[in-house]
Ligand binder design. Sequence first.
Ligand code: FAD
Length: 406
Amino acid sequence: MTRRLVVVGASLAGLRAVEGARKAGFDGPITLIGAEEHLPYDRPPLSKAFLDGTAEPPFYRSEAVLVGELNVDLMLGTPATGLDPRQRVVHAGGREIPYDGLVIATGANARRLPGAGHLAGVHTLRTLDDAYAVRRALDAGARTVVVGAGFIGSEVASGARKRGLPVTVVEAQPTPLVRAVGAAMGEACSDLHRAGGTDLRCGVGVEALEGDGRVERVRLADGSVLDADLVVVGAGAEPATDWLEGSGLTLDNGVVCDATLATGAPGVYAAGDVARWFNPLFGRHMRLEHWSSAAEQGAAAGTAAAIPGSAKPYETVPYFWSDWYDTRIQFVGVPDAEQVEVALGDVESGRFVALYRSGDRLAGALAVNKQREIMKFRALIARRATWADALGFAAQRREPIHQGAR
Ligand code: FAD
């Protein structure tokens, strides 16, 4: 009997699942179910080039390619509402869609500020529709307040400053990005905001968003009031697992999977921002919200779900990048370190690599405007390099100081 592959979530991981299955030779029927009306599109540009005002929507593939070449049955604008792994059916659009192999790729939803939903001009930035709304407000010259100095909020601030607009970033923690890059490097990244002309307020929470139908002011816990036409909430994201409640899958900060991305239910795999899988390289479960792992996991899960017996462990050194002002920030590995040391360049020059030590191993590396270096440190982490080896390698990469140079 022909095997049927169903993929839920029509974004990066879902698309790569489809492409991975076809590339591996699967020629059975594939159904791609997506909650959004749009064809799959790329999210990173939404907080970068797309906000500048001219970029086209970053669709990955045309409908002609998806339907004509990849032979996919597209169900867009149709959120899946349930999964029954015993009957092997997905519920969506009032129908039961049967599968033999299933990939769950429903990603994550942006966290909202409680109680702010009624005001126009308050947005998160997760979807293309969100990005259109934020871009329209910037086109109109909005005074912008960003709530949360994470990567996406910081990119929005940087986009607004590029247009010469006033921006304030409000961060409840005393230092931004502590969980992502650690305290010292979070502080170094904050300086980019100050240099870029963004008013960064740390260690203060938002008390209320105020306005008559539309946001006009942001009241902070220290009593200060910021005038605003646009508020972008960058408060992180939560895995989109609501539709899986009651399915019997293990849900714990994502869909819990083994090293092969298998959920434990027959034929069911998960990939991308929604998946919390066991990463053998670090010996623990991880859920990443990074482009490269979503793409790779999608391909791996699509192949595994389509072709029984083909599943392989997937391991990776986490990698993400972010663009602030004219600076590219890149991080590889994990930031939970006992020591952080700037090993190449220096923070003051705005070009450096900082290394993160855990035990006697290199655990992570942060590169700021050092694009040519970062993947070398990623390879060292993948090889389980010791801290001493990593420092030795960095020393070799340092630019020589010319003797006698004046
Ligand atoms: P998503 O892209 O979240 O897609 C999930 C899809 O599933 C969505 O289309 C959603 O509508 C759909 N869905 C949800 N529930 C259902 C349901 N019940 N039924 C059907 N469909 C459903 N990463 C980096 O490494 N570098 C960057 O610079 C960077 N910039 C980013 C900027 C922005 C603005 C955003 C939002 C993300 C950025 N990321 C970046 C993260 C990266 O885009 C994500 O890791 C990646 O999109 C994850 O892909 P995914 O397919 O797993 O999930």
